[in-house]
Design a protein around this ligand. Structure first.
Ligand SMILES: Cc1ncc(C[n+]2csc(CCOP(=O)(O)OP(=O)(O)O)c2C)c(N)n1
Length: 259
């Protein structure tokens, strides 16, 4: 399947899941959909035990939508998203889920665990690669920068952090909350091999995910649009929490189906 179709199908399922469950965080999921589509469609190597941790765990619907496209979970799972008794929770959870390594939702946490996994894999001489995706608002958490220090110190060239740089967080912009300034420059200053890309361009995403630098971890600053794919959700902070119902659902579905 092409990355474009993979992304389109993911967004349609994310919309259906969040609408049915009256859940939140649709714009956060759409922001990282293209990155997860490429990652799951053709980058993660099952036989090498590559790992992906969604550190911005509130976008868990995007992981579930990707696992569905890979055939790891079924339609009944998708239909049960965020409903009582479901294994698919609002913030991504590994409970009962083979293909999810770690539950996240408390921002600044998943990326540290991913770093620890990269340390362990190095010590064990494994040929696996660990990926973690953080939000840019999440980069306001001090623990992210402890990971930045530690990963460089241990020369973790088996570790890639992707920053979903959509410039928004929960209720306003990152700039209005705690300005991040030159975010790529900061990761570079911590000694990471850092690339900046359009996080919706599948070819650029794939090239960046495959980038390796001896003795250095890689940081991908993925410039994205929060709510990407549905015009009235793009860069509109209402859609961090709002769930799409009625005409909002119908209009969003029509837009996504036409892509
Ligand atoms: C430690 C912690 N503090 C606060 C929250 C509440 N919260 C959930 S999403 C969010 C905004 C995150 O912004 P960002 O990382 O930029 O992700 P985006 O949704 O913009 O992609 C916040 C503050 C949380 N989940 N964890």
């Amino acid at each position: 399947m092409t990355d474009k179709l993979f992304s389109k199908r993911m967004r349609i399922n994310i919309l259906k899941m969040i609408s049915k469950a009256k859940a939140s965080h649709i714009a956060a999921a759409f922001s990282c959909t293209d990155i997860l589509a490429v990652l799951y469609n053709r980058i993660l190597r099952e036989e090498k035990h590559d790992v992906f941790i969604l550190s911005k765990g509130h976008a868990g619907s995007a992981v579930y939508a990707a696992l569905f496209e890979k055939g790891y979970i079924g339609q009944a799972d998708i239909d049960s998203y965020y409903l009582d008794g479901s294994l698919l929770s609002g913030h991504v959870s590994h409970v009962g889920m083979d293909k999810i390594e770690f539950s996240t939702g408390s921002l600044g946490h998943g990326v540290c665990v991913a770093c620890g996994m990269a340390v362990a894999d190095k010590l064990d001489g494994r040929d696996s690669h660990i990926y973690a995706l953080v939000g840019d608002g999440e980069c306001e958490e001090g623990s992210v920068w402890e990971t930045a220090l530690l990963a460089r110190h241990y020369r973790l060239d088996n570790f890639t952090v992707i920053v979903d740089r959509n410039k928004y967080q929960a209720i306003t912009t990152c700039d209005e909350t705690i300005s991040l300034g030159d975010l790529g420059g900061k990761w570079r200053a911590f000694g990471w091999e850092t690339v900046e890309i359009d996080g919706h361009d599948h070819a650029s995403v794939a090239a960046a995910l495959l980038k390796r630098k001896k003795d250095k971890p890689v940081c991908i600053i993925a410039h994205t649009v929060k709510g990407k794919g549905v015009s009235f959700m793009e860069n509109n902070m209402l859609w961090h929490y709002r769930d799409p119902q009625n005409e909002f659902f119908a209009n969003a579905l029509a837009e996504l189906e036409a892509q």
